[in-house]
Every structure is written in C-alpha cells, then in structure tokens.
Design a binder for this molecule. Structure first.
Ligand code: FES
Length: 116
C-alpha cells in the first residue's frame, strides 16, 4: 500500500504552527512527540484532559473510548490527542489557552489567561 500518512497541523500558542505526519494507528500526541513538539500531556489514556486540543478542521478517530472528553465535548470539537488518530488531514489548536477554554474549572489556575 502506498497511502500517504495524514498530516496534522497544530495551531500553537503565539500563532505558531507545526505540521506532522501521523503513521497509521499512531496517536496524534505520539506523532507530535516524534516531531519534537512539547505539548502538554499527562496520562496518555484519555483520562486526564491535559492533552486536549480543539479540532479546527478535519476529523479524527479514537484508538480507544475517551473518558475525559465527553461525547458532548467531542461534538464541539474538543479532542483527546493522546488516543486520537487523524481520519485524513486535520488542523488542531493546542495551547494552554485551549485547555482553559475546554475545561475552565480544571485548568483555570494555569497562568495563561493574561491576568497577572
Ligand atoms: S494525556 Fe491524559 S487525556 Fe490525553
């Protein structure tokens, strides 16, 4: 088979972007790690919310059922990057600001809201 790997373009803090190839069955977070991006993460099992990103375009499939990002959240575009793999090329916003927006009660104490 000669299918090209899908790419994920990350919209990072400060307007930077980075595009990575994601191998078949590989999680988006693992592909980001392989590319040297230093994205916030934790459990790597879909349970803790720290890897949550916002899908800007494209679609993802889940390697396993997400626990932290509920179906309602997924419908709004939030993605557990540690257990998601792209279904074609995608763009994902990933920053601490995204975390605060997605889970304000969990992440509001992050020093990212510009209120210091
Ligand atoms: S790293 Fe914990 S949910 Fe992805």
């Amino acid at each position: 088979m000669s299918q090209e790997s899908p790419t994920v373009t990350f919209e990072l803090a400060d307007g930077n972007t980075a595009t990575v190839d994601v191998e078949d069955g590989e999680s988006i977070l693992d592909a980001a790690d392989d590319a040297g991006l230093d994205l916030r993460s934790g459990c790597r099992q879909g349970q803790c919310t720290s890897c949550t990103g916002k899908l800007v375009s494209g679609e993802v499939e889940y390697i396993e059922e997400p626990k932290a990002v509920t179906e309602d959240k997924r419908e709004d575009g939030w993605v557990s990057l540690c257990i998601a793999t792209p279904d074609g090329d995608c763009t994902v916003a990933k920053s601490d600001e995204v975390l605060v927006e997605a889970f304000p009660r969990v992440w509001q104490d992050l020093d990212v809201a510009g209120d210091d």
